[in-house]
Design a protein around this ligand. Structure first.
Ligand code: ZN
Length: 490
């Protein structure tokens, strides 16, 4: 038997053996075996997750570059579009309403233009994308397989020191606000200029700043402590009645950046019940990259190039040259430093999960706002790699789901519940007492006004037969008595 015949014989024999002992999952040899590759556990976890990212600067692209989120562009141009969102299985994004300090005098206008740009995108792609304003909205969009767009203001200076503007932004749909950006404002210190002796600081927050936090709690706007100074952070936690978030901050223990959070701050977040959403930016997650890219001479060169560009390309209407216009220069500059490994980002998630606890960590990419990302993460389409890496480190499905979005959903629901409680309490304290009504009658309030005030404030007393008789003696008519019964607060 030559070798060829021997091999054929062997093949025949083995196929007979196979036919006699078919593999248990192969029921029949007739149909071509449809072997669907079984998803690996990490992919299965990722695909089943509600994934929430709390910081992306894409609105500047919408507004300043006329970028349409339905356009599929290379990752070198932008980190986010609807195709990449689908590939990454991102469920919800908080689009940053970042007001560049250069827009001084027009902060609120700039914020509103950016807000409008997000709504415009949702209006253009109603089949794939929807605006969302609550945790329930996010869950509903997820059920409908639509991408949920939310908004957070980056930089408290956007409210122009006016509580009414804060409320207006809430009404427009803004659901978080970083108390500061890299600039200290009139009421809160930033980590970005805390060492600058030329900037007037407040030792944290002014009384107005603390009122801003209280009003945010009452409205149901999440207090965001990313970017703030350490003193502002601790004061915000003392004042806030609801959990806070860091929408895009990493660990200072691992990467010594002043806007990253110390372990002590992480532990304070545990007590507060809040969540730290890890920033992906290379300089915030990798000490070697941070050191290389903070070389003062190299920074000086970059800043000079940006300044020269701005000078050479002024806007005819005098409006500031935006970050997006010079981002190309910054990206090119950043590319001279080697990208850190994905491990650096995972180390930050891991560290925060260990120090603050698994219930207090999430994702705050800073996509479209940073010039360098770790290796393998070129855009939102690469989010599955994070799940993969966490799984390989031994994180369980339940833990990963918390990191990817579960923790944030819990915090958002708690912020909403706190807001409802505070609004109910205020209604309760505003409610009219029986004595208030008697006083109004003594002051000869007219009947229509009396009914109005009862409806507006509510009452905190029961209309007993005795009180009813007394009011009737005062010539209070039936419509007012009826209003009192209806306005009784529980
Ligand atoms: Zn930021």
């Amino acid at each position: 038997m030559n070798l060829k015949r021997f091999l054929i014989c062997l093949l025949l024999l083995s196929s007979i053996a196979l036919a006699q002992h078919p593999a248990p999952h192969k029921k029949t040899a007739r149909a071509a075996p449809v072997t669907r590759p079984k998803a690996d556990p990490a992919t299965a976890i990722h695909q089943s997750a509600l994934i929430i990212d709390t910081h992306a600067d894409t609105p500047q692209r919408f507004l300043d570059e006329n970028f349409d989120i339905g356009q599929n562009t290379p990752a070198s141009d932008g980190h986010i579009d609807l195709d990449k969102i689908k590939q990454g299985n991102l469920g919800a994004e908080f689009f940053s309403i970042w007001v560049e300090p250069e827009f001084k005098g027009d902060y609120a206008q700039r914020a509103m233009d950016l807000i409008d740009s997000v709504y415009q995108q949702a209006a253009r792609h109603p089949d794939k994308m929807t605006m969302a304003f609550s945790a329930d909205d996010i869950a509903r969009a997820h059920d409908q397989h639509k991408f949920a767009a939310l908004m957070g203001i980056e930089g408290g200076h956007a409210i122009e020191d006016d509580m009414r503007l804060l409320r207006d932004f809430y009404r427009m749909g803004v659901r978080y606000m970083t108390l500061t950006w890299s600039n200290t404002n009139e009421w809160a210190d930033s980590s970005g200029d805390i060492q600058d002796p030329n900037v007037k600081h407040h030792n944290g927050m002014t009384d107005f700043g603390k009122d801003v936090v209280r009003e945010m709690n009452r409205l149901g706007m999440i207090v965001d402590i990313s970017h703030v100074s350490d003193a502002t952070f601790y004061q915000a936690l003392l004042v806030s009645q609801a959990p806070v978030i860091a929408s895009h901050s990493s660990s200072r223990e691992l990467t010594n950046q002043p806007r990253n959070m110390t372990d002590d701050m992480l532990r304070a977040m545990t007590n507060n019940g809040g969540v730290v959403m890890v920033n992906f930016y290379s300089a915030f997650i990798d000490e070697s990259y941070r050191k290389a890219s903070s070389d003062p001479e190299k920074i000086r060169q970059r800043d000079a190039e940006v300044a020269a560009y701005k000078k050479a390309h002024p806007h005819p209407d005098g409006s500031p040259v935006t970050y997006d216009e010079t981002a190309g220069i910054e990206k090119k500059w950043a590319a001279q430093f080697p990208r850190p490994p994905l491990k650096s980002l995972i180390d930050h998630i891991d560290h925060i999960a260990k120090v603050a606890g698994i219930d207090h960590v999430g994702l705050g990419s800073d996509f479209d706002g940073v010039t360098s990302l770790p290796e393998g993460i070129d855009s939102v389409a690469d989010l599955p790699k994070i799940t993969q890496a966490l799984y390989q480190r031994g994180y369980t499905r339940e833990q990963i789901l918390k990191i990817l979005g579960g923790n944030f959903m819990r915090v958002m629901r708690e912020v909403e519940a706190t807001s409802k409680r505070l609004q109910d309490e205020r209604k309760e304290s505003d409610a009219l007492s029986f004595e208030d009504i008697e006083l109004m009658l003594a002051n000869r309030v007219n009947p229509a006004q009396l009914v109005d005030r009862i409806r507006q404030h509510g009452v905190n007393f029961d209309l007993t037969p005795e009180r009813r008789t007394r009011l009737k003696d005062e010539k209070v008519d039936d419509s007012a008595l009826d209003a009192i019964v209806k306005a009784r607060k529980k």
